[in-house]
Write a protein that binds this ligand. Structure first.
Ligand code: CAA
Length: 379
């Protein structure tokens, strides 16, 4: 067993760290405050290859492994989780799904611009009444011979307004339940699409989360991914990889908060010495570092499973549940270490604490991860 990162891994980690510090840190507080999407920064991330990291160069991607993706996600998320969720959705949910299950025509038409960062994508599974219970799709894709007629509403859609291409799950054969669902590639410009107001969120406020309504949207048959009825399995398989991305985002939020707390504890003095010299703070730092290392190892293990073409359903859910709970705990402790300063925006840790919460909710709540884990260990 080798825990050593390769030269290439270290280079990617450094490139992501440099980008985060030089391009994302300036303005991150203002973007959060004003819910401003990081348009320029996402464009640059795309130009550097961070939006199609694992896609083959044949389709405009960087051709890297999942370990590299975890490393980059951690570094970007330390500074700006609003940018890293865009990166995660585009890489794991949209590009991976298209590259793995799309036809050659679909890849040429949609994957190439998505992987090279010319456009970004969105993944549409959640509905007003279908969150964790994802089989209960109310959005209908009626089979009309050469096309599907799409009607319904999707909720909580990351990149809901900024995406040009959507992967939409919709029910075609309600009598077949989860086996009647299809995954369709939908273009934002297709007639009949309305984008709802931007959600005013607790965290990841720079990302754009919207509901999206479809009314009689004609989607050509050739835009279906896989066989008729493959949509639910497509979504589940894709989400397993998405969970590696969100676990790594949670890891980055936790390690970003920890680094700030560590630095602050060596600067701030109380009772005649640096607060890092007080055991009450030392124990907090020790626990933060230990939990973060556990989360990092789980993220890298899930990525390694993926790179080895082994099943990563279990390891990605374990990584996500542990890393997201670590992020919530570590960021709360980081605010505590900062005292009153932690409660104001200038010190960044309150934002990281707000951002951490979503990692326990999206791409499967902590409860859903426990369902996936328990099913796997009991089967
Ligand atoms: N991989 C492959 N197939 C899978 C699977 C997986 N991980 N999980 C389930 N399936 C298959 C099952 O094998 C079954 O097929 P068969 O009948 O052929 O055996 C079929 O799918 C139906 O499975 P279940 O009956 O087990 O489905 P369920 O309704 O009980 O679902 C669940 C289980 C784990 C709770 C699932 O619904 C789930 O993961 N829900 C959460 C959904 C989610 O993560 N939503 C997030 C939305 S996306 C998002 O947040 C993106 C963003 O913008 C950031």
């Amino acid at each position: 067993m080798d825990f050593q990162l390769t030269e290439e891994h270290l280079m990617i980690q450094k490139a992501a760290r440099d980008f985060a510090v030089t391009e994302l840190l300036p303005g991150v507080i203002e973007r959060d405050e004003h819910q401003k999407f990081p348009t320029e920064q996402i464009k640059k991330l795309g130009e550097l290859g961070f939006l199609g990291m694992m896609v083959s160069p044949k389709y405009g991607g960087a051709g890297l492994d999942a370990i590299s993706y975890v490393l980059a996600m951690e570094e970007i998320s330390k500074i700006d989780a609003s940018a890293s969720v865009v990166m995660s959705v585009n890489n794991s949910l949209v590009c991976w799904g298209l590259e793995t299950f799309g036809t050659e025509e679909q890849k040429q038409k949609y994957l190439v611009p998505l992987a090279s960062g010319q456009i970004i994508g969105a993944f549409m599974l959640s509905e007003p009444e279908a969150g964790s219970d994802a089989t209960s799709q109310r959005t209908i894709a009626e089979d009309k011979g050469d096309h599907y007629l799409l009607n319904g509403t999707k909720n909580w859609i990351t990149n809901g307004n900024s995406a040009s291409v959507y992967l939409v799950m919709a029910q075609t054969h309600p009598e077949k339940g989860s086996k009647g669902i299809n995954a369709l590639i939908v273009e934002k410009e297709m007639p009949g699409i309305t984008i709802g107001a931007k959600e005013n969120k607790l965290g990841i406020r720079g990302s754009d989360t919207h509901s999206v309504m479809f009314q009689d949207v004609k989607v050509p048959k050739e835009n279906r991914i896989g066989e008729d009825g493959f949509g639910f399995k497509f979504a589940m398989k894709t989400l397993a990889g998405g969970r590696i991305g969100i676990a790594s985002q949670a890891l980055g939020i936790a390690s970003g908060a920890y680094e700030l707390a560590l630095k602050y504890s060596k600067e701030r003095k109380a009772f005649g010495k640096e607060i890092a010299q007080h055991q009450a703070i030392q124990f907090k730092l020790a626990d933060m570092a230990t939990r973060i290392e556990g989360a990092r190892l789980l993220c890298l293990k899930a990525a390694w499973d993926k790179d080895q073409h082994q099943d990563y359903t279990l390891s990605s859910s374990m990584a996500k549940v542990f890393a997201s709970e670590t992020a919530m705990w570590v960021t709360t402790e980081a605010v505590q270490v900062h005292g009153g300063y932690g409660y104001v925006k200038e010190y960044h840790v309150e934002r990281l604490m707000r951002d951490a919460k979503i990692t326990q909710i999206y791409e499967g709540t902590s409860e859903v991860q426990r369902i996936v884990i328990s099913r796997s260990i009991l089967s």
